[in-house]
Structures are given as structure tokens and as C-alpha cells.
Write a protein that binds this ligand. Structure first.
Ligand code: ADP
Ligand code: ASP
Ligand code: MG
Length: 444
């Protein structure tokens, strides 16, 4: 079994859907194809939910109607036969009826999550109609809401997913092609939920794990994971091979091409992940596997929205149990720590979820003085870094000599250096690292 995931741009128009249909064609091989919503759709759904929260029912209804007309147009373009188009439009309208129903009542959190789930239902429905009605291919639509599930801790429930996906697949023993929705799932209460923005990558990896896939392919609009953020820096290039650990670090620390958690399920079962380009299918892309290369620094990524907290305490000196007490505060408020550095009298750490910040700060103040810096960015460098002689750290600090560094973390893992900078210095830092690290002959 192979799992192939196509992102929003890859299914963003009738023409793109036709191309995807060709890319997935492999009648001898069992495949599960995971689709995102068409590009722009989830953003529109977020906008509609926002209008409803603001009480602007008229605008929300109008926006939904515009979206409905847009989807009808795509259906007519994708399905030139009148009967096939009419049948697809009938199915699309079931989704839009759900949305119009939701605009008639005050929006709740679960109503909002239901709205956000509609994009993947629309794209998979359209694609399934195209495959079966126009190409006359046999493709089974597996409803993700029947097997993707979160547990009580709002984490994917791997055992449930495995059991329920297997049951679905067992209903079609001869079938080779399956289509399903990325991103959407149910929570522990059985209500419709999602895997957070960009979550279709995570769906693909969870499905790959559950189906014991031999390979997971993430098809997107760029030829693999680049050495630096192509939205910020010019002249980036694709990395051909990454280890699971390296890819997981880059995804978690901001490489938008992958959802932050998406490598973990594949890594647990050592299922190779290939990042491929829908617009350039013959490009080799990036292979993520147990293998790693020897480059001292392979890639850089940046994650915004961090808050740095410094706790200064005279009691820290020689006090065992101090860090334990500090960590307990974060544990109590279910807030994870991304980066940490310590000195004899102070500890600095960062969090990316400031929901419980006021309570956390209040409790931390019982240990000493507390300073908070918002608008921080973690810059994460990944490669084969712990080699006494390669001089990677020197290159990094030389490159960043004009950028103020708030925190530095080195040695936590053999393949990562993390630096904390003010967000206003991010672009400068990424460009300086590009010039200093990647535009010189390979290090000895
Ligand atoms: P999809 O809709 O297919 O999931 P995304 O927009 O989520 O696609 O991810 C692909 C985009 O990620 C690229 O177009 C690129 O702009 C951005 N990106 C950010 N960092 C990187 C990186 N290091 N390598 C490749 N792409 C990156
Ligand atoms: N459609 C969802 C989003 O835009 C999930 C995804 O594309 O991965 O975030
Ligand atoms: Mg994405």
C-alpha cells in the first residue's frame, strides 16, 4: 500500500485535479489518495466562521453562496457531461446545505469545526465524481470521519485509526484505489474536528502508519524540502535526503511544507516519506527515511509566535528540584516548552501557546523575578552537527554576527542548533545564514 497526499494547490482547479488523476494512476498497486481542500477554501471557511461569530449572518450567507457558485463552476469544467455535472453538483449542494443550516443558528465551537471540515468533503467528492464518471475508474471514497479520531488528550488515537481503517479496507478486498479526506477527524466525543491548519500531511502519515504503507508521498507545489524558507530567502534549493529526526525538527520548527507533527507517525514505523512536486512530477524531491547524509548543516527553518520567559532566582543555586518545580507549572497548564537554557541564577524558556500565560506567570513569580519577551522567533538549523572538527557553530555565529541572539541551544540532539531572535530580526537572520552557510564550498 502507498499513501499519496495532494495539497490545496495541487487540487486547486479542475485542470489540477485532472493532472492529479494522471499522477495517481497505477492500476496494479493499492493506493490511498488523501486530498486537502482546494486552495483558498479553508481560509474562506475560517472567514465565514468569523463573520458568524461577529453576528453578520447576511455576509456569511452571501460568502457561502459565492463559494457555492464557484464550486458549481469547477464541477461543470471538470465534468463536461451534463449528467455527471448535475450529479456532482447535487452532492456538493449537500455540503452547502450543511453550511447554510449552520448560518441559521449562533455559532458554537463545534459548529465552527463543522464548517472548517467542509472543504475536504467538497474536494474529495468532486474528484471521486471525475474519476468514476469521466475516467470510468474504480475508486472507493473512504470517509475520514469514520476512522480518523482524536483521543481524550486531543492527540490522534493510533489504535482506533488502525482498527477502523482496516475495517473499511476489508470491505473492498479487490479494490486498489481509495480516496479520502485529509485534515478532518472526530474528537473523543465523536464530534467533527480537525488536525489543525496544514493537517492533511498529518492525516497522510497517520493513514500510512495505520495501513502499514510501504511509502508515503506528500505532493505539493515545490520540489521538496528546501534548505531555507523560499518565501523569505532567494536561491534556496531542495535537500535530496533527510533523516526522520532532521525532517521532524524542520517541520516542528516552521518548514511550512510539512505539518509540525506529520513526520512522527511515519518515523515510528520507519515508513519512507517522499516530498514531490505536482507541477514538476519528474523532479526527485526529498526522501525522508532512516538515512542521513554527512552535511554539517543541511537546512534552516524558522518558527514565529514564541514567547520567551526568564525566571531569575537566587534560590536556584544548588537547589535541586528547582527546574522540576518550574516545569510543573507548565505541566499544570498543559503548555509545552520549545527551548530552554539555564545559568546558575536563571532559566530561560520559550512557549508557543500563550493561552495560559497570565496564570503561568503568576505561579512562576513565587520562584523569583520573571521577565517576558513576546514576538520571538526560533531559528532551527539541522544537519549532522555534533562533530568536533566541522566548525559548524563557528560558521553559524560568524554569519549571525550582526543579529542579536536571545537564546542559543546546542547539543540537545546531534542534529540541531536552535537560536532565538526577535521576530523583527528573522528575515535578516535567515538571509545571513543563507549567505554564510549555503553559498560556500562544502565543509571538510
Ligand atoms: P500544500 O497546500 O501542498 O500543503 P503548503 O503551502 O502547505 O502546501 O506547503 C508548501 C509551501 O511551503 C511551499 O510553497 C513553500 O512556500 C513553503 N515552504 C516553507 N518552508 C519551506 C521549505 N523549507 N521547503 C519547501 N517549502 C517551504
Ligand atoms: N485544508 C486544510 C488547511 O488549509 C488542511 C491542509 O490543507 O493540509 O489548513
Ligand atoms: Mg500544507
Amino acid at each position: 500500500m502507498k499513501v499519496l497526499k495532494f495539497g490545496g494547490t495541487s487540487v486547486g482547479s479542475a485542470q489540477r485535479m485532472r493532472e492529479v488523476a494522471e499522477l495517481i494512476y497505477a492500476p496494479q498497486e493499492r493506493r490511498i489518495v488523501v486530498l486537502s481542500a482546494m486552495s483558498g477554501t479553508t481560509n474562506t471557511l475560517v472567514e465565514i466562521a468569523g463573520l458568524l461569530y461577529a453576528g453578520d449572518v447576511t455576509a456569511a450567507t452571501a460568502r457561502t453562496e459565492i463559494m457555492r457558485q464557484g464550486y458549481h463552476m469547477v464541477a461543470r469544467e471538470l465534468l463536461p457531461e451534463a449528467e455527471a455535472a448535475a450529479s456532482a453538483i447535487k452532492d456538493l449542494d449537500v455540503v452547502f446545505r450543511t453550511m447554510f443550516d449552520l448560518t441559521r443558528q449562533p455559532l458554537s465551537g463545534s459548529g465552527e469545526r463543522l464548517i472548517l471540515a467542509q472543504g475536504e468533503l467538497l474536494s474529495t467528492s468532486l474528484f471521486q465524481h471525475y474519476l468514476t464518471r469521466i475516467l470510468h475508474r474504480n475508486a472507493v471514497l473512504l470517509p475520514a470521519l469514520d476512522f480518523m479520531r482524536l483521543d481524550q488528550n486531543e492527540e490522534p488515537d493510533a489504535a482506533y485509526i488502525r482498527e477502523h481503517l482496516a475495517a473499511q479496507l476489508a470491505n473492498h478486498p479487490e479494490q486498489t484505489l481509495f480516496i479520502t479526506q485529509g485534515y478532518i477527524c472526530r474528537n473523543a466525543q465523536g464530534k467533527v474536528d480537525n488536525l489543525k491548519r496544514g493537517g492533511s500531511d498529518y492525516s497522510a502519515s497517520l493513514i500510512g502508519e495505520a495501513a502499514d504503507a510501504e511509502e508515503i508521498q506528500i505532493w505539493t507545489d515545490i520540489d521538496g524540502l528546501h534548505n531555507n524558507d523560499p518565501r523569505v530567502v532567494e536561491g534556496t534549493y531542495p535537500i535530496r535526503e533527510l533523516s526522520f529526526d532532521e525532517a521532524a525538527e524542520l517541520a516542528y520548527f516552521g518548514a511550512k511544507i510539512l505539518h509540525p507533527s506529520s513526520i512522527l507517525p511515519a518515523a515510528r514505523h520507519e515508513i519512507p516519506v517522499r516530498l514531490l512536486n505536482t507541477m514538476q512530477p519528474e523532479a526527485p524531491g526529498t526522501l525522508i527515511s532512516t538515512r542521513t547524509g554527512n552535511e554539517p548543516i543541511k537546512a534552516v527553518a524558522a518558527k514565529d509566535g514564541l514567547v520567551a520567559i526568564k525566571i531569575k532566582s537566587s534560590r536556584m543555586l544548588l537547589a535541586h528540584g528547582f527546574l522540576h518545580s518550574v516545569f510543573e507549572v507548565f505541566e499544570r497548564h498543559r503548555t509545552s516548552i520549545d527551548m530552554i537554557t539555564t545559568s546558575e541564577v536563571a532559566v530561560s524558556l520559550t512557549i508557543d501557546d500563550a493561552t495560559h500565560l497570565p496564570q503561568i506567570l503568576e505561579e512562576l513569580r513565587s520562584f523569583g523575578t520573571v521577565e517576558v519577551d513576546e514576538n520571538q522567533t526560533i531559528i532551527c538549523l539541522v544537519g549532522n552537527l555534533i562533530q568536533e572538527t566541522n566548525g559548524a557553530a563557528r560558521l553559524v555565529f560568524n554569519a549571525l554576527q550582526d543579529v542579536p541572539l536571545r537564546m542559543i541551544s546546542y547539543g540537545g540532539s546531534p542534529n540541531n542548533i536552535s537560536l532565538l531572535v526577535h521576530t523583527s530580526d528573522k528575515t535578516r537572520a535567515l538571509k545571513a545564514l543563507n549567505a554564510g552557510l549555503f553559498q560556500r564550498p562544502v565543509l571538510a
